[in-house]
Design a protein around this ligand. Structure first.
Ligand code: ADP
Ligand code: MG
Length: 484
């Protein structure tokens, strides 16, 4: 597939003529690599991709060999063992001249050539691929369900209990008035897809002699592609009939339809036809119906007229419970200290949390050694680095002032009344704990106080934490909100 030749025939001849042949090869190589990555992602699914493959970087090509690099030995070995063959196959499909893919450790600094830190490791053989899960009967256009996404494996906590209850309800009794459509929304990785699959599994495995329910689950993106294909092959009628024959239609990530007017129109009609026929619709999106600007008003109105449930950002408690449940399910003994550490550090979403745990579990299984904080640090150093959010002293002062209901200016004022001096001391203590600033530096941020004053504050707060449980809890709460 002579990719480098294609590049030179791009219209903008002037710009291209300045690019050297070597540079063109590099561009085409990067494009090939982008396609290999996209295929890997489609093949293994998003969670697995993010856990293992996102880190793989292209180092270069020499002769018929491509070299890709990973930041740690552990990742290198794992990717080699689990994905080596797949990566090679996709590369060969992109570029038949490639005979071999080397997977090494190394780091890539942005904008500069990657450096290899080690001699190549021998390529290991691949383990057999796991058997595909048994899928329920479903219309042809639906997407397969993830067998791990069931109600059993969904951990319920404050941020998601309402959405969970609604999903349960729909799975029990689809098309109950007031719950149709069910509209689930929330940020990335908070469990929308998980809940939708759980509903679908439940409905397609109904016991007690209840009639099976036909469910079609698909992403809005897939809906669009199916629709466009139907238009192309002049089979829109079949597409419509097929969708309208299901009992439950689920469309995931509806925000994708913003700006896709024809598809939106088609979806609107399908939606109406199904609701009018007493069928259940379940939708997910990243925002509430009213915040999904760019959707047609009449569609937005209809989306919001059933049950709207949001998945809130996770809390430390929920993250901890999810990790605990997943570790248990994987049969790996992860010390509470490690679970707590991860739950504090990885606060963005459950997908990343799960990815981090998967790595630890794989590590434990591979080396058959108990997990420790040291292994967690080592195995996850790249993930943790990305999450090392820098907390500023200003942020601490603001939060603490809000918490104790004092003006932020009091953090730097000379007033010594207890109700002001104590919060100020707490802020100094937190600044010492959560930032890498020195005592004199911290003092400067608090109205140019001396470093001995800061030291006194740190000691005093430490004493109070040891003596007074309620006080300790208060400070801990502040620390956690600052860290999340
Ligand atoms: P979304 O669709 O909202 O982006 P997903 O449903 O794909 O998020 O969830 C991301 C990952 O986190 C999945 O692997 C899912 O199983 C897991 N996850 C999310 N919420 C929970 C939860 N409450 N309990 C257990 N796993 C969860
Ligand atoms: Mg999703």
């Amino acid at each position: 597939m002579g990719m480098s030749l294609e590049i030179s025939s791009v219209r903008d001849g002037d710009a291209l003529s300045k690019i050297s042949p070597a540079r063109q090869d590099e561009i085409s190589l990067n494009e090939q690599w982008a396609r290999v990555r996209a295929r890997l992602q489609a093949e293994v699914g998003e969670v697995e991709y993010r856990t293992w493959l996102k880190q793989v970087a292209l180092a270069g090509v020499a002769g018929d060999e491509v070299t890709v690099i990973l930041p740690t030995r552990f990742l290198r070995d794992w990717v080699n063992k689990e994905y080596g063959e797949l990566i090679t196959a996709f590369w060969q499909a992109e570029n038949p001249a490639i005979r071999n893919v080397e997977i090494r450790t190394g780091t890539q600094t942005r904008g500069t050539a990657p450096s290899l830190t080690e001699a190549p490791a021998p390529v290991q053989t691949l383990a057999a691929a796991p058997a595909a899960p048994v899928q329920p009967a479903r219309p042809e256009s639906a997407a397969p369900l993830d067998q791990r996404f069931t109600f059993d494996t969904f951990v319920v906590g404050k941020p998601n209990e309402f959405a969970y209850a609604c999903a349960r309800r729909v799975a029990e009794a689809p098309a109950t008035p007031g719950f149709n459509p069910l509209f689930l929304y929330g940020g990335v990785g908070l469990g929308k897809t998980h809940l939708m699959h759980a509903i679908a599994w439940e409905l397609s495995n109904r016991g007690n002699g209840r009639a099976p329910v036909s469910v079609a689950y698909m992403s809005a993106e897939k809906f669009m592609y199916r629709f466009i294909n139907a238009l192309r092959s002049q089979s829109t009628l079949e597409f419509k009939n097929e969708l309208r024959s299901v009992d439950v239609l689920m469309i995931d990530d509806l925000q994708f339809l913003i700006g896709k007017d024809n598809t939106q129109e088609e979806f609107f009609h399908t939606f109406n036809a199904l609701v009018d026929a007493g069928k259940q619709i379940v939708i997910s999106a990243d925002k509430s119906p009213s915040d999904l600007s760019g959707l047609e008003d009449r569609l937005r109105t209809r989306l919001g007229c059933g049950m709207v449930a949001d998945l809130h950002a996770t809390t430390f408690e929920l993250r901890y419970s999810i990790l605990e449940a997943k570790a248990q399910r994987a049969g790996v003994d992860v010390p509470p200290r490690v679970l707590e550490f991860l739950a504090r550090k990885i606060t963005t979403n459950n997908r990343e949390l799960e990815g981090a745990l998967n790595r630890l579990v794989a590590h434990a299984n591979l080396f058959n050694r108990p997990l420790t904080m040291e292994t967690a640090h080592e195995v996850l150093h790249d993930v943790l680095k990305a999450h090392d959010r820098k907390i500023s002293i200003q942020e601490i002062q603001k939060r603490v002032a809000e918490h104790y209901n004092i003006r932020i200016a009091e953090m730097s004022s000379a007033r010594r009344a207890r109700n002001i001096a104590r919060p100020r001391q707490i802020a100094m203590y937190l600044a010492k704990q959560l930032t890498s600033k020195s005592l004199p530096d911290i003092g400067r941020h608090f109205g140019d106080r001396d470093h001995t004053t800061v030291m006194h504050a740190v000691n005093r707060v430490s004493e109070l934490i040891a003596q007074d449980a309620a006080f300790a809890e208060d400070v801990d709460l502040l620390r956690r909100t600052l860290e999340s």
